[in-house]
Design a protein around this ligand. Structure first.
Ligand code: XMP
Length: 317
């Protein structure tokens, strides 16, 4: 029978003999999969694993700094790369969701490749691919292929002549979490909701500006920290906020305001393929809405998404 301890032991042994004294490069995302893959390989080869964590300017509020800190505490050999401006430049003026995804994917590859070239004689590229990723990327009718271009699977550009190592390729998400627990990875990372590679760029409908990112980060932060405070965070599969390309009328004192609308989305799911909107308590939603409108300048209306998947997707883009 499968146990996480035994998986760690046999995988670390296999990685040791497979990788020997070779150098390995791995891109960390802050998510469970890449973090667990990194720790497994770290156990096998230590500092020969070179991790790169890119700040694309599209992460949650303060996430880059706090996750980088956790990685350092875990003993990983990790380099944080501030590439915010490059991503904003690449996104400037783009509104189409697929165009945004492509621009982000290309920029990531450029940034990552430049960093990888700085690691001399690297032989391997490690990826946190898990079993459902493998299935989704080959299925003809899979939503990620026909509807969205997920670029994080098999995303090895030709000019990076590296062999690929994917230690989690046979695991499901819950198994990855169990393995992560065995490896003593921070609870904060292990229980983290899934977060899309293109980040907040696909939660800002329309074009991306640093100002819009900053507004959405604040809104998202209020929502997520209240979910955690209320013990609801682990009850939902994923949660976040969408910044809509719509303004609506409001009142403030005697003044009429004309400001942004945000939509909150929280879903329950087992694998993200189907999902139900989370039936969060009305009192909770009321508190979150009030806090967002009071604290976040430029937002005067909050709505809650009550659509299930299918037909609605989890993300709005
Ligand atoms: P949808 O919106 O298709 O999302 O119901 C299903 C899951 O996939 C995530 N998602 C993405 N992840 N790149 C990613 O790495 C993407 O372009 C992307 N689009 C959606 C989404 O957050 C959800 O977990």
């Amino acid at each position: 029978d499968w146990t996480p301890d035994q998986f760690v032991q046999s995988t670390v042994d296999d990685l040791k003999s497979q990788l020997g004294n070779d150098k390995v490069i791995l891109g960390l995302s802050g998510g469970v999969d890449s973090s667990v893959a990194a720790m497994l390989i770290h156990q096998a080869i230590g500092p020969n694993l070179h991790c790169i964590f890119v700040d694309n300017g599209l992460l949650r509020k303060d996430e880059f700094e706090s996750v980088l800190d956790s990685y350092m505490h875990m003993g990983l050999n990790v380099k944080g790369v501030d590439a915010k401006q490059r991503f904003y430049d690449a996104l400037a003026g783009l509104s189409d969701p697929e165009a945004k995804r492509k621009a982000i994917g290309k920029t990531f590859i450029d940034v990552f490749d430049a960093e990888a070239h700085g690691i001399e004689n690297a032989k391997w590229l490690a990826q946190g691919t898990i079993y459902p990723d493998v299935i989704e990327s080959v299925s003809v009718n899979g939503p990620s292929v026909t509807i969205k271009s997920h670029h994080n699977v098999g995303g090895l550009p030709d000019y990076m002549k590296l062999k690929v190592v994917e230690p989690l390729k046979t695991l499901f998400k819950d198994e990855v979490r169990l393995v992560g627990k065995t490896l003593h990875i921070d609870e904060n990372i292990l229980n983290r909701h899934p977060f899309p590679g293109p980040g907040l760029a696909i939660r800002i409908l329309g074009d991306i500006t640093p100002d819009k990112v900053a507004i959405l980060q604040e809104v998202d932060h209020v929502f997520i920290s209240n979910l955690k405070k209320s013990g609801l965070y682990n009850e939902v599969w994923q949660a976040g906020a969408m910044l809509l390309p719509v303004q609506s009328v409001g009142v403030m004192g005697d003044e009429r305001t004309y400001e942004r609308v945000v939509a909150l989305r929280a879903v329950t799911s087992v694998d993200g393929m189907t999902a139900d909107w989370a039936h969060l308590p009305y009192d909770f939603l009321a508190d979150v809405s009030n806090e967002i409108i009071n604290k976040v300048k430029g937002v005067n209306r909050v709505v809650y998404d009550i659509s299930s998947k299918p037909p609605a997707t989890i993300e709005w883009e």
